[in-house]
Design a binder for this molecule. Sequence first.
Ligand SMILES: [Fe+2]
Ligand SMILES: [Fe+2]
Length: 139
Amino acid sequence: MTATPADNLEIIGEEETDRQHKELLEKYDEFMRAVDTNIHRRDLLKMLDYLDSYTKTHFATEEKILKDYSYPDFSSHAEEHRQFLGELWLVKSKLQTEGAMDEALRLTIHTLVRWLSQHIGATDKVAGDFIRKGRERSQ
Ligand SMILES: [Fe+2]
Ligand SMILES: [Fe+2]
């Protein structure tokens, strides 16, 4: 299980983004469980394709909100997103070129999923608190 519970997620306090967080945590959790079984590489790559595109959509949605509210830590937040996508790309290319899942790759994936969960629970949470305050001020 990931560290951040997928239920009752109110991180950003905006419906679409928080729905995406729930979907991300559930799907990455599913992926991590699949990695621990003997699932075919083709199916893992299919899951990764979905995760890659959904994660990009989420990061774009979230970054737009952060920009709209002139979030002061936008650059470092967006940099974390970029780094995550870079790591995800590495996992995907390793799986494509090396074929079988090995222990090192399994560990990398577990670390990545944990990282995302922590990002949502901490970095996104801080951004969400800022946005909530901004919204209250403008009401
Ligand atoms: Fe997020
Ligand atoms: Fe984020």
